[in-house]
Design a protein around this ligand. Structure first.
Ligand code: PHE
Length: 344
């Protein structure tokens, strides 16, 4: 009898019903009125008093095991069958749909493009993987010129003979492509992504966005450059925004300048954004160096031009006070949602 109980015990332990019907069969087999346990208790009556002492305990434990197993499986089936019903809990909150918003960088780029469109500028684009000629050499960066180090380049292929292949470090490469493929007048802006090998932090990133501008025609002067950028700033940051130019250096422009605007946050009285100076730098610019025009097959005695380049992140930083550059590429819905009201 004891060996049978051991056998039944392992049968019960291993029992895994696939359906409620199978579980019911189990119940009838072991716990039913004509079931195994009932029989065992019948049999128990006729064993010797000595055996009874041991067997009684074993038998009771076995009964308990069968009952508990049955109760557990029954509860499991009931729980699952509840899920299977078509019942819908109308008090549950809905899952909802998030409304998408335009990325702040797209918003700013659109605004910049619209302003220049009013001045007759068209939009031009170029590849993000560039060769040495378009990113550097045609733009008057001499072979070993330290200015190449100004922009930490991500090289894709180093090739001393045919020129390196790299991710463009600025959108000025599009200037070259445009001038190579036509004759003046040119009046275009070139928005796009650029790459620099910098450690990612709140203030620097390995990629960002620029808008480059190019205007080449007969008799274009620095006065045209100033007036164009002055108009742009009034449109983007509001009338009354002051500008100032500081001499600077770029290999592809001569003379070169950096342009500051009166701080858009404090209006010029001094705050943390402008570090107390009242001015914030927003772009680089200058008259296209005659060498660049010649490199692109344009007669520098007949034509002159100006170019400028700005970072879109920088504009967004000033417009929306977004101080951490990393936010732009994290795709955090809580950040992006804040610009939804600006849907255009
Ligand atoms: N290409 C320059 C930069 O990335 C910006 C610039 C463009 C300066 C055009 C002058 C003229 O820093």
């Amino acid at each position: 009898m004891q060996s049978r109980i051991i056998q039944y015990t392992s049968e019960i332990n291993e029992f895994k019903p696939a359906s409620a019907a199978e579980l019911e069969e189990f119940r009838i087999k072991f716990l039913g009125t004509k079931g195994i346990i009932k029989d065992l208790f019948e049999e128990f009556k006729s064993v010797s008093a000595e055996e009874k002492r041991v067997l009684g305990k074993v038998l009771n434990e076995f009964k308990k095991l069968a009952e508990e197993k049955h109760a557990l499986l029954k509860a499991e089936f009931e729980e699952n069958s509840e899920e299977d019903t078509d019942y819908e809990d109308l008090s549950l909150p809905g899952s909802g749909f998030e409304v998408g918003g335009r990325h702040p960088l797209s918003l700013v780029r659109k605004e910049v493009v619209e302003i220049f469109k009013k001045l007759g500028f068209i939009v031009a684009e170029g590849p993000e993987i560039e060769d040495d000629w378009h990113n550097f050499t045609a733009l008057n960066f001499a072979k070993e010129h330290p200015a190449r180090d100004m922009q930490d380049t991500f090289f894709i292929k180093k090739d001393a003979e045919n020129g390196d292949i790299a991710l463009r470090t600025h959108t000025s490469s599009v200037q070259v492509r445009m001038m190579e493929n036509g004759q003046p007048p040119f009046r275009a802006i070139m928005p796009g992504r650029v790459y620099r090998n910098e450690a990612i932090s709140a203030r620097a990133h390995c990629f960002f966005h620029q808008v480059e501008g190019l205007y080449v025609d007969e008799n274009v002067s620095f006065a045209d450059l100033k007036q164009t950028l002055f108009y742009f700033v009034q449109e983007l940051f509001g009338e009354g925004t002051k500008v100032r130019f500081r001499p600077s250096y770029f290999p592809f422009t001569e003379p070169s300048a950096e342009m500051d605007i009166s701080c858009s946050l404090c209006g010029g009285s001094g705050c943390t954004m402008c570090k107390g100076s009242g001015w914030v730098e927003i772009l680089g610019c200058g008259m296209v160096d005659p060498n660049v025009l010649e490199n692109c097959g344009i007669d520098s005695n007949k034509y002159s031009g100006f170019a400028f380049g700005m970072g879109i992140e920088r504009m967004a930083n000033l417009k929306y006070e977004i101080k951490d550059l990393r936010l732009f590429s994290e795709n955090d819905i809580r950040f992006l949602k804040q610009f939804q009201s600006e849907l255009v």
